[in-house]
Ligand binder design. Structure first.
Ligand SMILES: Cc1cc2nc3c(=O)[nH]c(=O)nc-3n(C[C@H](O)[C@H](O)[C@H](O)COP(=O)(O)OP(=O)(O)OC[C@H]3O[C@@H](n4cnc5c(N)ncnc54)[C@H](O)[C@@H]3O)c2cc1C
Length: 504
């Protein structure tokens, strides 16, 4: 093993929404910062975010296998590259609703309160929206929480195909609003991500070093077990030990938890920072269903998602519990069918020749229905017989089913009021399988009590003073909106704390 003879002030492991954002926040401090990323830079030609590549061809699934609770292998949809999953995300950057931070009753239990509230994160949401050049509008959606600042850019126009649909939705008394999107305004790379707005900005500072193809495989503590003294990484074909005053994990919720568990030692026999036995537990991912309707006109599929509907976020007339969020899909039917999709979608995808779904494919509109789930300590990742194993039983079924059926009712009514969608009354749909893990959250939950949480409110581990986690692991509960903006805002919040600590 090679010992890196430089000592850093801070090491950040991972360059996605959490790590990339934190790196750019800390870079101006002048402190020596080392960023370790297991992937490489993605060539621009590789950065095709069309849903067909992401979902159907499983183009961005990691080159490794994880295992479900029956021991069956699956190929996880997670991207190892500079920018992490933000290199393939849809860049819809929504704020959690203010009530999401409180204890929220669901049919099957209560989603726990966060140790800080919306108002505490609000300035960081505004800063993250500025940093990621979010194009949006805070008006029009009654569930949108208060913003202290405007979005830096106005919302982009809807595709002409969507305009009559939006009018039809409004006609039903719903409140379709523009989906906030991160955009670079550059033609060759329009989507904003954590490489462009995080890592590249950090690297403008001489005190920041990025090592790619550098997979961290273990963390080592000092003999007291109270501080990380070594970060062991496979860099190309070499094993190198790095050291720093502060170590921040941002490997994504699954991989950060696994790194802690895999680094068990005599002081931490069940994994680092795991005195609570909660590392890897409370794994959450949104319930995600794609719903398709027939359109009267052609859908080029080349426009981004732009429509957000939250009228059923907190329930509907018949259901007093949260149901979730709806957004449109820019892509075509064939593009958004999950590879493992159930009957109707799969049949449609298979029977039509040349992977083109003829009439239906070019004349369809897709919608995503997203519902949160409850944290459950039995939903976990761990290593069993050397394999990364998921024990995962989804919950909150009724809320999600109600959202899907409610949306189908809305689409049926649309058929009567707009010529843009065709009368058909069949709405093929498919729910995301286990392998769709892009929205993974919760494996190192944050809280004030070290017996019921892994991280404190600064995302520092309760057990190890110089160890932090800033990816999606920290979420105590799972919102129905995408988590990326909250991960970014939280990284800026933790960044403020680290700036103070580094000054001290
Ligand atoms: C197809 C898709 C679409 C999505 N669309 C949206 C959306 O529109 N809106 C939204 O809010 N969210 C979206 N998401 C989710 C969003 O991308 C994630 O929530 C977010 O990127 C998670 O940030 P993170 O920092 O937790 O982890 P990641 O962004 O996954 O970053 C983790 C990083 O750590 C690196 N890494 C892992 N292990 C190691 C190791 N041992 N050593 C070194 N480096 C390591 C990885 O290579 C990666 O760069 C989407 C996700 C996917 C997959």
């Amino acid at each position: 093993m090679i010992i890196d003879d430089q000592h850093y002030d801070i090491i950040i492991v991972g360059t996605g929404a959490g790590g990339g954002t934190l790196a750019q926040k800390l870079a101006p401090t002048g402190k020596r910062i080392l960023i370790l990323e297991r992937g490489d830079r993605m060539a621009l030609s590789e950065q095709n975010r069309a849903d067909v590549d992401v979902f159907k061809k499983e183009r961005y699934h990691a080159p490794e296998q994880w295992y479900d609770q029956e021991g069956e292998p699956f190929s996880p949809q997670t991207n190892y590259a500079v920018g992490g999953n933000t290199k393939i995300y849809s860049a819809s950057l929504m704020r959690m609703r203010d009530r999401d931070f409180t204890a929220v009753p669901h049919q099957e239990g209560i989603a726990p309160e966060w140790p800080f509230q919306y108002a505490d994160l609000e300035p960081y949401y505004t800063a993250a929206e500025q940093l990621y050049q979010v194009h949006g509008s805070a008006t029009g959606d009654p569930t949108e929480p208060e913003h202290s600042g405007e979005y830096p850019f106005p919302a982009i126009d809807h595709e002409p195909l969507m305009q009559p649909i939006i009018e039809g939705l409004s006609h039903q008394g719903l409140n379709p609003a523009p989906l906030p999107l991160s955009l670079t305004r550059q033609d060759d790379d329009p989507t904003g991500d954590a490489e462009v707005f995080g890592i590249d900005l950090a690297l403008k500072h001489d005190n920041v070093t990025l090592k790619t193809s550098a997979q961290v495989v273990a963390l080592h503590t000092d003999p007291s077990g109270k501080a990380i003294k070594g970060v062991q990484a496979e860099v190309g074909r070499q094993t190198i030990m790095f050291s720093a005053d502060i170590v921040v994990l941002a490997c994504g919720a699954v991989n950060s938890a696994m790194l802690l568990l895999d680094s068990a030692n005599d002081c931490h026999p069940h994994g680092l920072a795991n005195s609570s036995d909660l590392v890897g537990r409370h794994l959450m991912k949104q319930k995600l269903t794609v719903i398709v309707e027939k359109a009267a006109g052609k859908n080029s599929g080349e426009f981004p998602r732009t429509v957000s509907v939250n009228d059923f976020y907190w329930g509907n007339r018949d259901y007093e519990y949260p149901m979730g969020h709806i957004e449109n899909s820019g892509g075509l039917l064939r593009d958004i069918v999950f590879a493992e999709s159930p009957p109707l979608l799969s049949v449609l995808a298979q029977v039509l020749p040349g992977n083109r779904l003829m009439g239906l494919a070019v004349k369809s509109i897709g919608w995503w229905a997203q519902t949160g789930m409850l944290p459950d300590p039995n939903n976990r990742v761990q290593r069993l017989k050397g394999k990364l194993r998921f024990e995962f039983e989804p919950n909150n079924f009724e809320a999600h089913d109600r959202l899907v059926y409610q949306w189908i009712e809305v689409l049926k009514k649309l058929e009567l009021t707009t010529d843009t969608v065709k009368s058909n009354s069949i709405f093929p749909r498919g729910e995301a399988p286990l392998s769709v893990v892009g929205y993974q959250l919760g494996t190192c939950r944050m809280g004030t009590d070290p017996t019921t949480s892994v991280l404190d409110t600064h995302c520092r581990t309760h057990d190890i003073d110089n160890l932090y986690v800033v990816d999606g692991s920290f979420f105590p509960s799972c919102p129905a909106v995408g988590p990326a903006l909250t991960i970014m805002a939280n990284a800026l919040r933790v960044g403020d704390h680290l700036c103070d600590r580094l000054k001290g």
